[in-house]
Design a protein around this ligand. Sequence first.
Ligand code: NIG
Ligand code: FE
Length: 390
Amino acid sequence: MASLLLTGIAELSTNDPARLEQGGVLGLVHDAAVVIEGHHVAWVGAAADAPAADAAVDLGGRAVLPGFVDSHSHLVFAGDRSAEFAARMAGESYSAGGIRTTVAATRAASDEQLLAHAAGLVAEMRRQGTTTVEIKSGYGLSVHDEARSLAVARRLTEETTFLGAHVVPPEHAGDPAAYVALVTGPMLEAAAPHARWIDAFCERGAFDADQARAVLEAGAAVGLRGRLHANQLGPGPGVQLACELGLVAVDHCTHLDAADVDALRDSGTIATLLPGVEFSTRQPYPDARALLDAGVQVALASDCNPGSCFTSSIPFCVALAVREMGMTPAEAVRAVTLGGARALAREDVGALVAGRRADLVVLDAPSHVHLAYRPGVPLVRDVYRAGVPQ
Ligand code: NIG
Ligand code: FE
């Protein structure tokens, strides 16, 4: 197997638990080197100790980080809702009602159109350092359209999530119970072969706690692991439900009370914060500082979708988390790497230690701090995924 030595790394973020004491939250190594063998990391350490390899690249004093793990996105859709965004910036408030606009456009699009569009967004993410992405359905909301949305997502990632319980579609508006029965019955059956996860939008105007529980339990019965959209637009029961069910992650967590924070800490369910949403909907940001100080595990993700947040940029989310949510740059970088990996229950990505997949980002900067210090600047210079330059 061919080996490649990356050297000239001014600062390497490893997320290696063995390096936390000396290297802080990110397990930093200065003047570092990495050896990649095939698709995996073979060696990490001080450049002075690096073993020989078949080839070498001198990175000239740049920072290297694990590839970003974006654990929450909705990339399978058609249509444009920029007018809705413009109206919001002129004072309208966000309600999830616009989801139905995207559902109509998505149903009208061909599989080829949906795939080409989603693949374009994944390529956009890659250029900004994302090497693992989760993609949800949720803009089809019929048996046929949810199944084909997930088949499209599966072409792009193994981390696919069935979100038939996004909102009640117009044809079931008078009978939400019948729609939940469809989601937990024939729709789940058609979706499950293409999905790893199941999700629901637990929020006033979408699904209540009993409905969300029914959806998550039906998914679990056919082997899908659960995650949940909760406490986005206001306080609610979703976070408590996620913790009670022992879900891997609960996402948004914008409106939490003290009992929600305690439940997150005690359950180990990861709170995935999506600051691009608060940016794009002009809502208050979640209190990341309070969560971290309480000992809750935090991930950051993009939530890339046409309505509440149409950014594919993890560097932008890092900058927002630092500027607006009280996270240190190191905490934010950890949350988009190891945090995202944990939110997807992945042991093979999210850290640069021997044996993990060789997913890494080279910044055109000497340290990870520049991701927040230089917001809006395209600092991602090179991306390796499974050892392959992208
Ligand atoms: O995660 N919260 C629900 N779903 C998406 C928004 C969907 C939309 O507005 O199209 C979200 O924010
Ligand atoms: Fe979402």
